[in-house]
Every structure is written in structure tokens, then in C-alpha cells.
Design a protein. Structure first.
Length: 385
């Protein structure tokens, strides 16, 4: 009995020790020295997608040494930066349990030990800075030269070669390190304000591939989620670009989307004198009522005379949309773009909100507001003479 009581008393102590170990495992330990900053304040910041967030301020001793703990979530490494005043002096990519040491100066030169990802990130930043410096020097050497001179042309050619070489090197880097979060800042690098490294429309493919790879390792990372949104946006633009390039000669942007039977139907395939194109949401009660109170009676009256409706749902919930279409027994063409507000057709048709209605007559978009059954009937009476 005495041994049993002793073991029972030990349980809280064991649990407390286990909790302490787990708690400690959530921190990264950061120490180092900033030789030019004795007895100074260093600001520790974390990257919150597109802005810095201050998480701590630490003091260096008389020799510039410092140490601190960085709270982290398991499976979610963080980009952490050291600042001396307004100057960023070190960049780190830290995970739970990391014990990292940094040697830095106040000019932004630094080395890091104890974190392979941080070592990679430091090299990424050094290579980018070196190329940026080269391009800046070449750009400055153009000042005062005749733009049409051979020398100016030679400098511009060197700048182009430098950029292409760096771009190819970055493509190689992200492919070789596709499961490392250090590729995330690489994807967003830009020279100046107007020259992103990954600025070509076809780079959407790289964004998608990297995102897919990182999701297998860091499914909960906020950086990966942001990258996924960027990949979706770029793919939509790439899709739009391809559609515009291959567009046939019609007077309106074509649309091709699936109906409730998963059959893709093109707007341009409709053989009707007048087509009403409406973007809507099946989740909105007022828009469902518009179907029954306005569109259905007018459709029944004018369909035999050459009137058709091509209704585009922008609902991300396709099941909801399909149920409404079936429940309301809508007789016209009903399709859905589950990309919602991210649909490229929202951009093509410049849609600020839904519902949005357009009229096509004779293969051209025509003016005409549709607010109720009377306005629609009057318009169709003119167009279907």
C-alpha cells in the first residue's frame, strides 16, 4: 500500500515534468553577438505574411552578446528577423526546438549556426543582394550615355543577361529545395518596384508546383496558405491570358463552364437571337426569387422567339447551387464557377457584385438595364422584332 501511495504521488510530478518538456519544445533558443552594438536594444520581429510584427526586444551586454526564446507552433516554422534600430541585421527561419547562434554587425552582415534552414536563407539573401548590386551598378553606368549608343546597348544586354542568369538560378533553387520554406521569399523577390524575379505569366506553374510540395510538409503554415492564394491568382490570370489569345472573333468575352451534369457549355455555342447572361449567387434569397418572379415568366414568353438565358453561379458551394437549380426547375442554361470571386470571368466582365446582367444581341454586347420583368420584356420586344 505504501508503494502504491508513493507511485500515486509521483503521477502529478511526472505529468508536470512532461508538460514542462513539451512546453520547452515549443520554443526556439536564439543567442549571439552583435559586436558593434554593446549595451544596445535589438528588436525581434516575425514575418506576418506581408508585414513585420514585433515579438520581443532584447538587450545586449557590454560585449554585444544577447539571448532570447522565440515561441513557435509545432510544424509551423517562422521567419524571424533581428533589427538594430531600423536596420535588419539578420534573417532566420526557425522551428520548434532550434538552438541557433548568430554573429552579426550593424550593417547587415551575419553568419548563423544551428539551423540548416536559416543557413539556406542567409545564402538566398546574399545571392539576391549581390545580383541586386550588380544590376544597380550597371543601371548607374547608363546615366549620361546616349541611349542609342553601342555602349548603352552593351550595358543593357549585360543587364538582361544578369537577370536571366539569376532567374534560371532561382528556378533551379526552388526545384532543388521544393520542400524548404526558404523558397517562399525567393518566389516574391523583385528588383526595384517593377521587376519581379518570377514575373512571367507562366511562372504560375512554378507557384503551383512549389505550393503542392510545401503543403505535404507544412499543411498548416500561414506562408504556404498565402502562397496557395497567390498560385490560384496567377493561374487564373494565365487561364485568362490563354482565353484572350485564342479567342474567336465575337463581340463579348466567351465563357465555358460546367452545368449540373458536369457538361461544359460555351456561351458562344448558343444559337439564339438574344442571350441574357447573368452572374448570380444561389445562396442569396433575393436572387432566387428573381429567378421565379422575373426570369422564368419572361423566359416562358420569349424563348420560342429566340431568347435564351446563360446563368453563371459564382457559388463556391456547387452542391447548394445544383440543389437550387433542380428545386426551381430552371429551364435555361445554368453553369457554375466554384472559384467564386476569384473567377477570371469576374475580371473579364468587370463585375463588382452580383447579380450582374448583360445582354448579347447579334453577337454583340448591347446596352440595356434589367431591373424587373417589365424592363426585360420591353428590351426583348425591341431586340426580337
Amino acid at each position: 500500500m505504501k508503494n502504491l501511495l508513493k507511485s500515486i504521488k509521483l503521477v502529478p510530478a511526472v505529468l508536470a515534468a512532461a508538460l514542462f518538456v513539451c512546453s520547452c519544445g515549443q520554443d526556439a533558443r536564439l543567442s549571439g553577438v552583435v559586436g558593434q552594438a554593446p549595451s544596445s536594444s535589438l528588436i525581434v520581429k516575425a514575418l506576418d505574411i506581408n508585414k513585420y510584427e514585433t515579438i520581443d526586444t532584447v538587450q545586449t551586454d557590454a560585449q554585444g552578446r544577447f539571448s532570447c526564446k522565440i515561441p513557435l507552433q509545432k510544424g509551423q516554422p517562422e521567419f524571424i528577423y533581428l533589427f538594430h534600430g531600423q536596420k535588419k541585421i539578420a534573417s532566420l527561419l526557425l522551428s520548434c526546438g532550434d538552438k541557433v547562434s548568430v554573429e552579426a554587425d550593424t550593417l547587415g552582415n551575419y553568419s548563423v549556426r544551428g539551423s540548416e534552414e536559416s543557413v539556406k536563407l542567409a545564402e538566398v539573401e546574399r545571392e539576391f543582394a549581390a545580383t541586386q548590386k550588380t544590376l544597380m551598378e550597371l543601371s548607374q553606368s547608363l546615366e549620361g550615355l546616349d541611349p542609342s549608343s553601342d555602349k548603352a546597348a552593351d550595358i543593357r544586354r549585360k543587364m538582361g543577361q544578369e537577370y536571366v542568369s539569376y532567374y534560371r538560378g532561382r528556378v533551379r533553387y526552388i526545384m532543388e529545395n521544393s520542400h524548404s520554406l526558404t523558397v517562399v521569399p525567393v518566389m516574391y523577390q523583385r528588383f526595384g518596384d517593377n521587376l519581379p524575379v518570377f514575373g512571367q505569366s507562366t511562372d504560375a506553374i512554378h507557384f503551383t508546383n512549389i505550393c503542392d510540395s510545401l503543403e505535404t510538409v507544412y499543411p498548416d503554415s500561414k506562408y504556404v496558405k498565402a502562397l496557395k492564394a497567390e498560385a490560384a491568382s496567377r493561374n487564373n490570370y494565365l487561364d485568362l491570358e490563354a482565353r484572350l489569345k485564342n479567342a474567336t472573333e465575337i463581340g463579348y468575352p466567351d465563357i465555358t463552364l460546367p452545368n449540373i451534369n458536369a457538361e461544359k457549355i460555351a456561351l458562344s455555342s448558343l444559337d439564339a437571337k438574344v442571350v441574357l447572361v447573368q452572374f448570380w449567387s444561389a445562396a442569396e434569397a433575393s436572387q432566387k426569387m428573381f429567378n421565379l418572379d422575373v426570369l422564368k415568366p419572361v423566359y416562358d414568353k420569349f424563348h420560342s422567339k429566340g431568347f435564351e438565358i446563360y446563368q453563371v453561379s459564382l457559388d463556391t458551394d456547387k452542391t447548394l447551387w445544383a440543389r437550387v437549380v433542380k428545386d426551381q426547375k430552371l429551364p435555361w442554361i445554368s453553369v457554375c464557377d466554384s472559384r467564386g470571386a476569384a473567377s477570371p470571368y469576374v475580371t473579364l466582365y468587370n463585375i463588382p457584385s452580383v447579380p450582374a446582367t448583360f445582354i448579347i444581341s447579334g453577337g454583340e454586347l448591347v446596352d440595356g438595364k434589367v431591373i424587373d420583368s417589365k424592363s426585360l420584356e420591353n428590351l426583348l420586344a425591341k431586340l426580337l422584332k
